[in-house]
Design a protein around this ligand. Structure first.
Ligand code: ATP
Ligand code: MG
Length: 252
């Protein structure tokens, strides 16, 4: 049986008079791909910003892995094992794919890249390289390890961004619309990579995604937000049939 890795209780975040997140209580089960959907402006990105520490909630609590992380700054939350990808990948273009992962390691120390180029590395560096290759393999990027990143396709850059986020030993990966603007073939490839990461590394994925046509078949559980509130939760094929959800989309 799985257990919850992330839990929020009555989270509230207002901007001026607008309650962007309005008493949101939810939980994400470990080793699942959990998706958050909802009409534009329903508060999805704000909720993700609360979970990753970008915003502090006005009210409510956030628990990660049994620990209260409410109000912690983003780097602390990251250090505890919550990684995040952004909509626009920003790799170091001149570095290779492998180097891009290695510079993301906790405390790589000075000269990590030059050590790599000299092929004289320490145990710590060896472990990082091992982890990097494991991730690259799961992401189907291992054959590109020595390519300079600027040569990658848009979809490969997104995969690299996921790899970079996971070099930290993160247990929860939070993503905001990871396949926005990606063609369907690549979008499926990205989802299949995420499923491999879930199954082989035990990583939990919590994502906002509009492209239900693509995401649904990979999704373990779905939450739906409208006007700052969670209005439905369950198996993805069930929530999309929920009359309240249909109304929120049509009315929104
Ligand atoms: N920093 C901010 N300052 C003021 N208002 C904000 C801020 N961030 C979000 N909002 C408002 O809060 C509401 C929720 O926004 P949010 O970006 O969380 O929605 P969303 O569900 O991610 O929408 P989308 O699907 O368009 O990405 C919107 O009305 C938005 O205008
Ligand atoms: Mg958003």
């Amino acid at each position: 049986m799985s257990s919850e890795i992330l839990k929020t209780k009555n989270l509230v975040k207002s901007f001026g008079g607008l309650r962007a997140v309005d008493r949101v209580s939810m939980d994400v089960q470990e080793r699942t791909l959990t998706i958050l959907i909802g009409p534009n402006g329903s508060g999805k990105t704000t909720l993700i910003n609360l979970i990753t520490g970008v915003y502090k909630p006005d009210q409510g609590r956030i628990m990660f892995d049994g620990r209260d992380i409410t109000g912690l700054p983003p780097h602390e939350i990251f250090r505890l094992g919550v990684a995040r990808t952004f909509q626009i990948p920003q790799p170091f273009r001149k570095l290779t794919v492998l180097e891009n992962l290695l510079v993301c390691c906790n405390n790589p120390g000075e000269g990590f890249i030059s050590a790599l180029r000299r092929r004289a590395w320490t145990r710590f560096e060896e472990e990082a390289i091992e982890r990097a290759f494991k991730l690259l393999k799961l992401l189907n990027l291992d054959h590109l390890w020595d390519q300079e990143s600027w040569k990658l396709s848009g979809g490969q850059m997104k995969l690299l961004e996921i790899g970079r986020a996971l070099m930290s030993d993160a247990r929860l990966l939070v993503m905001d619309e990871p396949v926005a603007g990606v063609n369907p073939t690549l979008a499926h490839e990205i989802f299949r990579s995420l499923i491999r990461l879930r199954d082989e590394l035990g990583i939990t994925i919590f994502m906002v995604e509009h492209r239900l046509d693509i995401a649904l078949q990979y999704t373990d559980e779905a939450y739906v937000m409208a006007s700052g509130k969670i209005i439905s939760r369950g198996r993805p094929e069930e929530v999309v049939m929920d009359p309240q959800v249909i109304e929120a989309y049509l009315g929104g």
